[in-house]
Design a protein around this ligand. Sequence first.
Ligand code: PEP
Length: 247
Amino acid sequence: MRKKIVAGNWKMNLNLQEATALYNELNQTNFPNDVKIIVAPPSLYLSQFSRNQNYLSLASQNVNDNEKGAITGEISAEMLSAINLNYCIIGHSERRALFNETDAQIKSKLDLLLKNNISPILCCGETLKERESGNASTIVLKQISEATKHLSPEEFQRVILAYEPVWAIGTGVTATTEQAQEMHATIRTYLTKIIGDNSTEISILYGGSCKPTNAKELFACKDIDGGLIGGAALKADSFIAIANSFS
Ligand code: PEP
């Protein structure tokens, strides 16, 4: 049975005091037993928080696509693994757009994470222009296949997917449950073609203005296994409410 997951991406928000207070509050919260709770604070705080993982698991927001070397300012998968991180977000649309990350780099990141026993949370999603031109599923499936087509079914099972329509991220506009479920079903059908029965074990999260008021409806969809949450993950009460939104 695939996992239900709620993951919070704090992005470049919260000073150390604010982040510590939020982390401690969430880490003492009694979340539903069957929901995996992950938070991705700014990387500077990971080492400190990782010594105290109680109800929470930690994710990095990024990793470099090289094993090591003269790459100033970057962090490797091996370094993340050394502080007991189990998850890392890759392919987020902000990194694709702001840092020109390519599918090839995202594939390298994914491979290095798997090699270091870290589960990648692989983001995919179309822009508004791509949706309006009718290419949304082609774009999304290409992003997934470019990063994962070489994986065995066993390797693929360690990957978490996050469908995040770019037009819904940070905009307050959420995909309708129909739009979200339709894309998740398209992804699941693709996975079945590629890895057969193992596809039923892969969690596909929805991301894009998910909040307490719409999480229940989204999480009730057959192929939506939880959420990757941005803005609403920055406050304990809204994040906890989202984590409690599975029926
Ligand atoms: C995100 O950036 O991954 C995200 C889902 O952000 P928001 O929830 O703020 O739309």
